[in-house]
Ligand binder design. Structure first.
Ligand code: NAD
Length: 303
């Protein structure tokens, strides 16, 4: 298919390249010239204007930093953008991680301009983008999903249709709410164990085979040793950077506020990760939160 790929950053460039490898006719664009040039060198035909990229497209995929970038790039009557430049009936797939409300607004804008739209955020990070093993969570109509699924399959391994407009973003935000909360819980448990004299390996051996079992423990274990591939074994090099966890929990907090859900622990997890990211932890893996919990735990009542 003729696909325009807008946003050739850490995620977008390797995703676009996987579409090229799958035989699609891909034209890329990024606002930053260096990203356009790098994508071109990697094998993606990249052009110097968004209008040129989408002019002949059947599908437009956006992979941009935040909701405002997506809404701005789609354009408005005052400042025409991608929607005005694309042929009528183009399928717009936004794979950026953005607020559910922004995703729904993007769907509305696309529909009003005579196009079709899906939100299709991903998990799996840069490693998954490069390997073509991303997980896609998709919101939109059955018909549009049917068109998108084989395209997304060139970039990912698991593609789940979650429901209507915005529900891909909803699934992403809810999953990462679980992940943020469980990582803090696992980290607090390890630090409490340390203060009680319990070896990390012993807690791991018990909890990983008991009701404490979860991904944060058994795959991304925040202490070095029990899971040799976890970021804790390489000084918390990401992995999944704490800045991205803070971003995603911020989106969860927005959704919590707009729905009025009583999600006390989720809001607390958001505050904890924002503080960690702002205090210098942004570029470390999100499991590095354990270092802050240790640092602020003092000597404890056990001394
Ligand atoms: P990035 O900052 O590396 O890339 C974004 C690119 O978009 C940049 O190159 C920027 O120049 C470009 N851009 C911004 N506005 C534009 C516009 N109007 N037109 C064209 N290009 C524009 O970010 P990334 O790490 O690739 O992440 C992209 C999205 O994917 C984010 O929403 C992020 O939350 C999400 N995500 C990232 C990861 C990850 O591990 N990096 C994992 C899952 C999801």
């Amino acid at each position: 298919m003729r696909i325009a790929f807008i946003g050739l950053g850490h995620m977008g460039a390797p995703m676009a390249l996987n579409l090229v490898k799958a035989g699609h006719d891909v034209v890329g664009f990024d606002l930053v010239e260096a990203a356009t040039v790098a994508a071109r060198e990697a094998g993606v035909a990249a052009v110097d204007s968004a209008v040129e990229a989408v002019g002949d497209a059947e599908v437009v995929i956006t992979m941009l930093p935040a909701g405002r970038h997506v809404i701005d790039a789609y354009g408005s009557a005052d400042a025409p953008g991608l929607l005005a430049a694309a042929p009528p009936g183009t399928l717009f797939i936004d794979s950026s991680t953005i607020a559910v409300d922004d995703a729904r607004a993007a769907h509305e804008l696309a529909r009003a301009a005579g196009h079709r739209a899906l939100d299709a955020p991903v998990s799996g990070g840069v490693v998954g983008a490069e390997a073509g093993t991303l997980a896609f969570m998709v919101g939109g109509s059955d018909d549009d999903f049917a068109v998108a699924e084989p395209i997304l399959a060139a970039m990912g391994r698991r593609i789940v249709h979650c429901g209507g407009a915005g529900l891909g973003q909803a699934a992403k935000v809810c999953n990462n709410l679980i992940l943020g909360i469980t990582m803090i819980g696992v980290s607090e448990a390890f630090v409490l164990g340390e203060h009680l004299g319990l070896p990390n390996q012993a807690l791991f051996d018990v909890a990983s085979n008991a009701s404490g079992q979860c991904w944060a423990l058994t795959t991304n274990c925040p202490v070095p040793g029990p899971v040799p591939t976890s970021p804790a074994n390489r000084d918390y090099r990401p992995g999944f950077a704490a800045a991205l966890m803070a971003k995603d929990l911020g989106l969860a907090a927005e959704a919590i506020a707009s729905t009025g859900v009583d999600a006390e622990i989720g809001l607390l997890a958001n505050a904890i990760y924002q503080r960690f990211a702002d205090g210098g932890g942004a570029a470390t893996d999100f499991s590095g939160i354990i270092t802050e919990i240790r640092a602020t735990s003092g000597q404890g009542a056990w001394t």
